[in-house]
Ligand binder design. Structure first.
Ligand SMILES: [Zn+2]
Length: 431
């Protein structure tokens, strides 16, 4: 493990312990020979600890990770921070600008790591990123989403044979961990082969910032930060955690228009309806059913299918089924107990419904807070008026009773004068 007591250099920028620097690292050149730069933010703690890389948008259209890493950069409290965070919110700059997964030459950056200094454009970019950033880190979290036309529940992909990979994969806290080595050329596999334990987080849909996903992944990052001892804090455990090796795409056997009956993160029993396929006149032509009991980790978001189109990405849950069911039930009961949301819960059919309900609750909460603030302001005003009136009344009373007080004072002074010689003599006696 490298220690952060020393300074890290990325490009030609040095970042000393206790410093935060935002670096523009040149990774390529435009047709106009101007540099194409990649943003790298380094948050260097004062204490010794590992260097943790947080990277996103290696596929330029998978932007949830951009929201996650960006938010972490400006929200993390780095006082008493051990080690270093190296944050790259956008790896594939041109893909991000053009809303596409690929580089301008049509290549996939995440199939070209660790790259080559004298290779094709994708290999050269990958090489710069790998040598200047990735190879200088001790651990890495690489954020992705589902591909175009699909949505994923939050899931970790990790090579669980490596104990350090396993450690951060479990700590991140997703309910599903898919145990795999990763495809050749991916950042995850290349970094792991170079001795940098790395996991991929698949979260949500491409082309959008999903608030709920961003929030959950930020908690996941904090979990890893706590696990690695970079900050003190308690890891937030998931409802359950299942490690699977195999996943399966359930496919349509008919062409038609899709009416989805399931959603990411739904537990489906064998034989459950996942999707109804109709023709353009609304006549049912087929039903896609769950081939086994398991969790839906991804779904298509396209409304049209041909025979063979992937509909649902599922993982089998057998041995842990009872545990998973219990955990889901317990969580639902907790929510119901805390918020009394029985009716609202019955309305939930999809992740979108949950987001919608959350939004409604946020609005209600904002309204209640505004009402409370208004009431407090009003009460304060009343209190001030009361004090003012009381003060005026007292002043009035004071004025009226002054002559009496004056005479009392004079009388007291007189008495004082008369008794002074006695007091004086007492003082002398004491000394
Ligand atoms: Zn991706």
């Amino acid at each position: 493990m490298q220690e952060s007591g020393d300074t890290i250099t990325i490009g030609d920028v040095k970042v000393a312990p206790g410093e935060i620097k935002h670096i523009k690292l040149k990774i390529s050149e435009s047709f106009f020979t101007s540099p194409i730069v990649m943003p790298v933010s380094v948050i260097n703690g004062l204490g010794d600890g590992p260097r943790l890389l947080l990277s996103a948008a290696t596929h330029g259209d998978e932007v949830n990770g951009v929201g996650i890493v960006r938010e972490l950069i400006y929200s993390i409290n780095h006082t008493n921070f051990n080690g270093m965070l190296i944050c790259v919110p956008v790896m594939n700059i041109t893909g991000f600008l053009n809303h596409t997964r690929y580089l301008p030459d049509g290549r996939d950056l995440n199939r070209n790591f660790p790259g080559r200094a004298d290779g094709n454009p994708a290999q050269r970019i990958a090489h710069t990123i790998f040598t200047e950033v990735v190879s200088k880190c001790d651990f890495a979290l690489d954020f992705h989403t589902a591909g175009d036309g699909r949505a994923n529940m939050i899931q970790v992909r990790a090579d669980m044979r490596d104990s350090n990979v396993k450690r951060i994969a479990k700590a991140f806290g997703s309910e599903i961990i898919i145990d795999s080595e990763g495809l050749p050329g991916t950042l995850r596999r290349s970094a792991a082969q170079s001795g940098i334990p790395t996991i991929t987080i698949e979260a949500g849909e491409p082309h959008k910032f999903e608030r709920k996903v961003v929030k959950q992944c930020l908690q996941g990052i904090m979990n890893v930060i706590y696990e690695l001892g970079m900050m003190k804090g308690t890891i937030c455990e998931p409802r359950f955690q299942v490690v699977v090796k195999k996943t399966e795409w359930v496919r349509a056997d008919r062409g038609g228009i899709l009416e989805m009956k399931t959603y990411p993160r739904s537990l489906e029993k064998e034989g459950n309806e996942l999707c109804v396929i109709t023709n353009p006149f609304g006549v049912e032509v087929g039903i896609v059913r769950a081939p086994f009991t398991g969790m839906v980790v991804g779904v298509t978001t396209r409304p049209v299918a041909s025979p063979g189109s992937p509909i649902c990405h599922m993982v089998k849950i057998d041995k842990t089924l009872y545990k998973v069911e219990q955990a889901i039930r317990k969580k639902a009961e907790e929510v119901e107990k805390v918020h009394g949301l029985t009716e609202l819960l019955q309305e939930i059919k999809s992740e979108d419904d949950i987001a919608e309900i959350e939004l409604q609750l946020q609005k209600v909460a904002a309204m209640l807070i505004a009402e409370r603030e208004e009431a407090e302001k009003e009460a304060k005003k009343k209190e001030m008026n009361k004090v003012e009136t009381q003060k005026l009344a007292e002043e009035k009373m004071d004025k009226e009773s002054k002559p009496e007080k004056e005479s009392k004072k004079v009388a007291e002074e007189k008495m004082d004068k008369e008794s002074k010689p006695e007091k004086e003599s007492k003082k002398v006696a004491e000394e």
